[in-house]
Design a binder for this molecule. Structure first.
Ligand code: FAD
Length: 318
């Protein structure tokens, strides 16, 4: 049964194609959709299929709140193997500047600095993104820059398959690497760049490979930090993307004592309720981040936390 059509209340004013199936869509609401939002939050976009009806999906806002009431930017990947029979990205990538769209009128999400640690938290904010998972972090970095100027508080790690897939690279370089300090933006590619320009010393591998111990120390040195600096005392970690990136980053960083905020993960790892979290994630798919039935693996992860000095407490219900 097709879903009832939804009203269009916004216009796509620009579409910037970065690579095949990867674009930034600028959307202008007819009326202010919401007054403001916190960087890291999301809303929905919706379109009508002529036979299959309407489809709505969540998208992180890539632009900072300062562009309201004018427009919002969304950094979106066309999904080649979707899970549904009316995928929004298949409709969206047929749309161009001037086309109409539905923009959610509610702002959602708790994946924000304000909500997770508070704006006053002075620790380094390590942002880990795969593909379009960068969107919440561009909003955070642009917002910080507009309100407070250049910053070395954000360390942004962005992974993609090829150089052309590294959306927002010039903007991230400008905002995070142009000060007098050490670089704070680290892009990495996981495939052979072929003819595309890529520094022969440029970072290679998936974004989570930054957390292999040797590479992490190399990253710390390059960013002007002491080897071993990235621990929960000095940093908080935000991860955004699909399950693999989140799971691999989270489990690697247990060794550095990072305590996840997500309730199911905390429960599985016996993290006491009152212990403050230092690692947060926003997931774009619905696969479980940890295999909660694999007790041997969970025990290995607990051991990583214990070896970093984190005291765990077996809950009474386990
Ligand atoms: C809070 C939140 C924020 C999101 N923000 C963004 C965003 O800023 N940009 C964005 O591109 N997507 C984002 N997504 C994903 C988005 O909501 C859709 O799931 C995605 O666009 C696929 O929709 P679809 O209808 O085309 O495919 P569906 O038929 O719904 O297929 C869903 C499947 O697509 C795959 N998928 C989902 N997202 C991606 C992706 N980004 N890259 C590759 N594969 C993916 C997953 O396997 C997922 O199970 C977000 C999701 C959530 C929950």
């Amino acid at each position: 049964m097709p879903r009832k059509p939804i009203d269009y209340n916004a216009t796509i004013t620009e579409r910037l194609d970065l690579a095949e199936g990867l674009a930034i869509f600028r959307v202008r609401p007819d009326e202010p959709a919401f007054e403001t939002f916190l960087p890291g939050q999301y809303t929905v976009l919706g379109l009508n299929h002529p036979e299959k009806g309407s489809v709505l999906r969540a998208y992180s806002i890539a632009s900072p709140p300062q562009t309201l009431p004018g427009y919002l930017d969304f950094y979106i990947r066309y999904v080649k193997s979707p899970a549904s029979d009316n995928p929004l990205t298949h409709l969206l990538f047929d749309r161009h500047a001037g086309d109409r769209i539905h923009l959610g009128t509610k702002i959602r999400g708790k994946f924000t600095v304000e909500n997770e640690v508070g704006q006053d938290d002075s620790r380094l904010r390590v942002c880990v993104a795969a593909g379009t998972g960068l969107a919440p972090f561009t909003s955070m970095v642009f917002d910080h820059f507009q309100r407070l100027g250049p910053t070395s508080q954000y360390l942004v790690l962005h992974g993609a398959s090829y150089p052309r897939d590294l959306g927002y690279k010039p903007e991230m370089e400008e905002h995070l690497n142009s000060g007098s300090g050490k670089p704070r933006y680290f892009p990495t590619i996981s495939r052979d760049p072929g003819e595309e320009p890529w520094d022969e010393n440029g970072w290679r591998g998936r974004v989570e490979s930054f957390f292999e111990e040797e590479k992490l120390q190399h990253l710390e040195r390059t960013a002007g930090l002491e080897p071993g600096h990235i621990t929960a005392n000095n940093a908080v970690v935000f991860i955004c993307g699909l399950t693999g990136t989140i799971a691999n980053t989270l489990t690697a960083l247990l060794r550095r004592g990072f305590v996840p905020g997500e309730l199911k993960v905390r429960h599985a790892l016996w993290i006491p309720k009152e212990m403050p979290a230092s690692l947060f994630f926003e997931q774009y798919d619905t696969e479980p981040v940890l295999d909660l039935k694999n007790e041997a693996l969970l025990e290995e992860y607990r051991e990583r936390l214990r070896s970093a000095g984190v005291e765990l407490e077996k809950p009474a219900t386990v």
